[in-house]
Design a protein around this ligand. Structure first.
Ligand code: SAM
Ligand code: SF4
Length: 332
């Protein structure tokens, strides 16, 4: 017996989008994402690549139409290309995408396009080498710019930059970042920092810089035209006169987006997270391993997990973060 081909939660939201974190490890240490002394999951506890592919296939059989591979830095996981190739070949999957810091893109960009990845999100918070190093703790801007160049040359249909904006760290660069994206035919989304996991480098309330503030900074340099377009995500988009690229805002604090949430997340250890900002979850790895040749129990577990998808996140900027898990574990 096959399961229903639709994942729906208690609030009538249809789940069409799965984000898979394939590793919590990374070659950068961004100050808003990781703590200084980050402990990573022992490799033995990670899902194997075959298990990731099996999970992806089952979600697609249950009606998921879009999968984003993320992390940590997905491209540092050994042999990760096999996951893109296998998922890219699934007939029911409409879109396979990737979020990356771009350091490995010179090596992977062409192969990713060949595997069917049409859109890529690249994180870039500063165009100033020293500042980029401070925000990523160890990163080299040149490597990321080379990765962006490689992505542009490889012919992805769309490239979007993601910039997390922090007051007094990079808020004065929003116009430069937007201009860089637009001049190179890319989209850019500005993201309000989310309180996921403890960080030592800054006080998140003090570093908060709202989407509205960014938008008014940008309005000094660009003519922004509100757009009704949606990429099925939380971004609120604006067109810019004279440019192909769009500017988006992801505003978990100032403009909540939970009502239209269509997504769930899978961690690198096989924990299915029903909400970015809550702990409601279901461990899928034991189900996978208990039934290596039968997908029915796995599909049943996935359908049942939809029952515990919460209404929304409860992010607060004051005090201790209620979510102890960092973004690299969650899969941003
Ligand atoms: N390593 C890849 C990258 O940086 O693009 C993929 C994983 S990263 C966790 C995914 C996205 O989450 C990045 O765009 C990053 O800027 C964002 N991110 C990380 N921590 C965040 C936080 N606390 N608040 C908001 N966005 C965050
Ligand atoms: Fe790594 Fe991405 Fe987190 Fe930065 S945001 S530390 S690049 S996982």
């Amino acid at each position: 017996m096959t399961q229903q081909r639709d994942l729906t939660d208690r609030f009538g939201r249809h789940i069409k989008y799965l984000r898979i974190s394939v590793t919590d490890r990374c070659d950068l240490r961004c100050i808003y994402c990781m703590s200084e002394d980050m402990q990573f999951v022992p490799r033995a506890r990670l899902l194997t690549l075959e298990e990731i592919i099996r999970l992806g296939r089952n979600f697609v059989e249950l009606g998921v139409e879009k999968i984003r591979i993320t992390g940590g830095e997905p491209l540092v996981r050994r042999n990760i290309l096999s996951v893109f190739e296998a998922l890219g070949a699934l007939p029911g999957l409409k879109e396979l995408t990737l979020t990356t810091n771009a350091t490995q893109l010179p090596r992977f960009a062409n192969a990713l396009v060949d595997a069917g990845v049409q859109r890529v999100n690249i994180s870039l918070d500063s165009l100033r080498p020293e500042r980029f190093r401070r925000i990523t703790r160890i990163g080299e801007l040149d490597k990321v710019l080379a990765g962006i160049e490689a992505a542009r040359a490889a012919g992805f249909r769309r490239i979007k930059l993601n910039a997390v904006i922090l007051k007094h760290r990079n808020h004065d660069e929003v116009v430069d970042l937007a201009r860089f994206a637009l001049d190179n035919g890319m989209d850019i989304s500005f993201i309000e920092e989310m309180p996921l996991g403890a960080v030592q480098e800054h006080d998140r309330a003090e570093a908060y810089y709202s989407s509205d503030a960014i938008r008014s900074d940008l309005a000094q340099a660009f003519e922004l035209i509100e757009s009704t377009e949606h990429s099925g995500g939380p971004s609120h988009y604006f067109r810019v006169r004279g440019h192909r690229g769009r500017i988006g805002f992801i505003s978990p604090h100032s403009h909540n987006f939970c009502d239209s949430c269509n997504r769930v997340r899978l961690t690198a250890t096989g924990r299915l997270l029903l909400c970015l900002g809550q702990e409601h979850s279901k461990q899928l790895r034991p189900v996978l391993r208990a039934h290596p040749l039968d997908d029915q129990p796995l599909q049943q577990a996935i359908v049942q997990a939809m029952e515990i998808k919460p209404r929304g996140h409860d992010f607060r900027l004051d005090g201790i973060p209620i979510i102890q898990r960092h973004m690299n574990v969650t899969g941003g």
